[in-house]
Write a protein that binds this ligand. Structure first.
Ligand SMILES: [Zn+2]
Length: 311
């Protein structure tokens, strides 16, 4: 694997540091934030422990000084090292009420992913064991944040804005207002929106992007891009939103060519550019199912048994 040198952290607002994930913050890594205020707060814990530690130390603190972890949603690449950090710092752990079950145990995570008993479950479990062995430990959420209710850390404030769709608990955060928004997994990557879980929803995802557009943020911080988006953020969000329609068009084209079951559409694949391991077929199938449901509700297709037909 190519490794590229870049600063492990950059300051994005006074006392607010973006901790970059390894490998350009691509899954299974993700960026985190460190807020170095009256209390020391980590927002998500999915960057490498090395980068988290280097950031904490460069602010003159030790890992045991972390007072609080806030998790944006239950995903494994975001909860990351939360269990280890809680063990060594005895910190609090806050999340959205809808995230609790998915965060506290691997069983809960599996339930939210919707992969219990799936034929490719063992492939997903293998991915976890190889790439994310630190996320299998159970632990306790100690409190909740409330969407729209400002959290103050001293001089710094976060405004949680519930933005479901990616997952039902997914929350983005305004940093000292809403000019700078931690967009989390409305991640503005070229791949586009991801909604491959039982608890994902296309309609909600679209609405959440619209809600963020209405806030007219100037700077967007993605969980999976190294740098803040400081120019053309509105256009970037609109391009990202348009990917739902582009995928729908690809599905329609494939159905026209007789590729008209979820299984056969997934084998192409239709949404992922490629399927690196069987676990990704689960996500491809979930995303396709959500499109088909959405297209049925809009009268674009009808479903007869396993077959999907254009209307
Ligand atoms: Zn996620």
């Amino acid at each position: 694997m190519m490794t590229e040198e870049y600063e492990p952290h950059i300051e994005i607002a006074p006392n607010v540091h973006l901790i970059r994930g390894e490998n350009r913050a691509r899954f299974p890594e993700a960026n985190s934030l460190l807020i170095d205020d009256e209390i020391l707060v980590l927002v998500d814990a999915g960057s490498s422990l090395r980068n988290i530690e280097r950031t904490v130390q460069s602010c003159g603190h030790a890992m045991k000084d972390i007072d609080q972890i806030i998790l944006t949603h239950f995903h494994v690449d975001h909860k990351g090292h939360a269990a280890e950090i809680m063990n060594l710092s005895q910190c609090e752990l806050l999340c959205h009420p809808l995230a609790k079950q998915g965060i506290e145990s691997l069983d809960g995570t599996v339930e939210f992913y919707g992969i219990k008993g799936h034929q490719y479950y063992s492939s997903w479990r293998e991915l976890i064991d190889i790439r994310l062995p630190h996320v299998v430990e159970d632990y306790q959420v100690t409190g909740f944040f409330e969407s729209g209710k400002t959290i103050s850390f001293g001089e710094t404030e976060l405004i949680p804005v519930h933005a479901p769709g990616h997952t039902k608990d997914h929350t983005v955060f305004g940093i000292n207002g809403t000019d700078i928004v931690f967009l989390v997994d409305i991640d503005l990557t070229r791949f586009g929106p991801w909604y491959g879980n039982a608890v994902s929803d296309i309609h909600e995802f679209r609405e959440s992007i619209q809600r963020i557009l209405a806030l007219e943020p100037k700077v967007g911080i993605s969980s999976h891009l190294l740098n803040p988006i400081e120019t053309n953020l509105r256009e970037r969000l609109l391009q990202y939103l348009a990917i739902f329609d582009e995928r729908e068009q690809r599905i329609i084209q494939n159905i026209r060519q007789g590729i008209n079951t979820i299984r056969s559409l997934a084998r192409v694949p239709t949404i992922y550019p490629r399927i690196p391991m069987d676990a990704y077929l689960i996500f491809e199938e979930y995303m396709l199912e959500k499109h088909i449901d959405d297209m049925v509700s809009h009268g674009i297709v009808e479903v007869d048994g396993e077959e999907i037909h254009l209307k």
